[in-house]
Design a protein around this ligand. Structure first.
Ligand code: MN
Length: 203
């Protein structure tokens, strides 16, 4: 069962009579999933979400995940999202929290690669609590090992993390594609196409 309190902040920020985003609480599907959404909000960013303990642990990644191990991508933690959010692609209405268009850029499953110094697996949720987690992504776009490591912004109060590709056989110098040209893994649409279509569907 989902820890309902984990979603309290998520729900507090939203008016579910005005947004089609899920309220949460329907539970999981078995596999540990991940999703990367592109969110054209007040600033364009990627939202990186990993299924952990019945919710989606979430980070806003301004530049998006990179396949290049030299790129250290800033990842700012955001509130836990309900599992159903991995299916959300659409337009969040003007004046609502996070207003703007969301596409599912990539999705798939992940497995934990985090080990302690003796090579024993560390429980994934504990690894995140301790500020360092390694994992393998099997997505339609992203593949291979990645690490999330907690760091600090100089003088700031907010936590910051870095998302970095492992230097493994799936690493490449390709970086991240242009988010305005990127297509949804689910529907093949760009942000602009999805926004135009949503407008056409409206009253
Ligand atoms: Mn976002």
């Amino acid at each position: 069962m989902v820890a309902t309190n984990a979603l309290a902040e998520y729900r507090r920020r939203r008016d579910f009579t005005k947004t089609a985003e899920p309220k949460g609480g329907r539970g999981g599907r078995g596999n540990s999933g991940f999703v990367v959404q592109i969110h054209d909000a007040s600033t364009l960013h990627f939202d990186f979400r990993l299924e952990v303990g019945g919710a989606l642990k979430s980070w806003a990644v301004p530049k998006g995940p990179s396949l290049d191990p030299h790129d250290k991508r800033l990842a700012m933690p955001t509130e836990d999202h309900p599992l159903e959010y991995r299916d959300f692609e659409g337009v969040i209405a003007e004046r609502e929290y996070g207003a703007g268009t969301v596409i599912i850029w990539d999705e798939g499953t992940y497995r934990n690669l985090t080990t302690d110094r003796r090579g024993h697996e560390v429980v994934f949720a504990d690894a995140l609590d301790e500020g360092h987690a390694s994992f393998w992504l099997d997505g339609s776009k992203l593949h291979g090992g990645f690490a999330l490591t907690r760091t600090r912004l100089g003088g700031g109060h907010r936590e910051a993390w870095l998302l970095v590709k492992h230097d493994d056989r799936r690493a490449s110098a390709q970086g991240t594609p242009d988010p305005r040209r990127a297509r949804s893994a689910r529907s093949g649409r760009t942000l602009r196409q999805l926004a135009a279509q949503a407008q056409g569907d409206g009253p």
